[in-house]
Design a protein around this ligand. Sequence first.
Ligand SMILES: NC(=O)C1=CN([C@@H]2O[C@H](COP(=O)(O)OP(=O)(O)OC[C@H]3O[C@@H](n4cnc5c(N)ncnc54)[C@H](OP(=O)(O)O)[C@@H]3O)[C@@H](O)[C@H]2O)C=CC1
Ligand SMILES: O=C1OC[C@@H](O)[C@H](O)[C@H]1O
Length: 366
Amino acid sequence: MSEKPSIRWGIVATGMISQWFVEDLVVERDDAPVKHIIQCIAGRDMGRCEDFAKKYCPSHSPKLYDSYEAVYNDTDVDVVYIGTPHAFHKQNMLDAISAGKNVLCEKAFTINAAEAKEVIEAARAKNVYVHEAMWLRHRPLVHKLRKLLFEDKVIGTIYRTFADFALEVDISSLPPTSRYKDLSLGAGTLLDTGIYSLTWAILTLDAGSPTSSEKPLALGVQSHQDGIEVNTSILLHYPSTGRQGVITSTTQSNHNARPFCTIYGTNGFIEVEGPTPSMPLSFTVYPKLEGDPNSGSLERKEGQKYDFAQIGRGFIYEADNTALDVLAGRKESSIMPWSETIHVMEIMDSVRKQGDTFYPGHDEAL
Ligand SMILES: NC(=O)C1=CN([C@@H]2O[C@H](COP(=O)(O)OP(=O)(O)OC[C@H]3O[C@@H](n4cnc5c(N)ncnc54)[C@H](OP(=O)(O)O)[C@@H]3O)[C@@H](O)[C@H]2O)C=CC1
Ligand SMILES: O=C1OC[C@@H](O)[C@H](O)[C@H]1O
């Protein structure tokens, strides 16, 4: 039996998402297409790096660095994973790219579309791989859902999607250095969680995504608490089909809409569920309701439920795909190509302009 190919990861930052990502990567899987190796970890504090390595990847013996640059310059690293707050993504990626490294960077890719374009141009010039870690798009559930929607047309003609991400964050009780509170780190719901609601709408309303996405009209409103955007509401309108998206995100409630995403079509509807909108675990296809809504007699018939078991939290799908891309010498992900990252960032830019959410030091040209 031939040996599996392996991919050596350099992890930048030791915060929550890096922990989640690494925990999933080191899970032993017989059917994994590649072997993931945590080659090195960098954080601003060596003690935290040591704790991280002991706790999340004890069997990997990674090198530990107290500077991110050391990861970029480590010749044994095949791909750098960036798990810093939004405001640092652009510079972290530019530094990694300039050292010739391939990159998987957390969402939101950058603060705005102009920054995303700058990073992508740098990657193009240096001929390296760069990929926004929108892990949701890599899930088998999403591929199955889109096949049912756009190929099998199980609910007929799609006309609208509702999608919500609610995550209660008591911003006033957080330290000023929290990424949920500090504007200079990119605090705000849209870049953090609204991006998932928006992604659900794009995935379910636009059959052309990600390669030939249609530009929707996006009407947005946002509200703020102590200068931080805490509520985003977006109405999306796709001119070619008239399809409608109603998209929300908030840090003022822990109660996601249940289901967090519903897609409606002429013959039925689909409800998507899971612990959070970033972690969908099932969806159910229902036939169209029958009866008279005015008399309260609308009847819900039994639906067909599709369950998706996941390994760990479900980061392996994007990690495997990234590894396979890098090993094959590809420069872009076919699941989240550069054009789609820019597409999403442009919609969010437009919503933030309407909602009066600006990030000093980033958005002066917005
Ligand atoms: N895909 C997903 O499900 C999730 C994605 N995310 C994304 O991951 C990124 C990070 O989020 P998360 O892990 O929750 O954030 P954390 O605050 O938990 O971690 C961020 C890490 O960035 C590093 N960092 C560097 N400079 C600073 C600074 N000035 N202030 C704070 N941290 C700094 C720190 O690591 P060190 O000290 O080691 O250098 C810190 O631990 C964001 O882009 C977020 O959107 C977050 C959660 C889930
Ligand atoms: O990406 C994310 O998904 C889960 C949330 O808890 C987190 O705030 C967000 O960054």
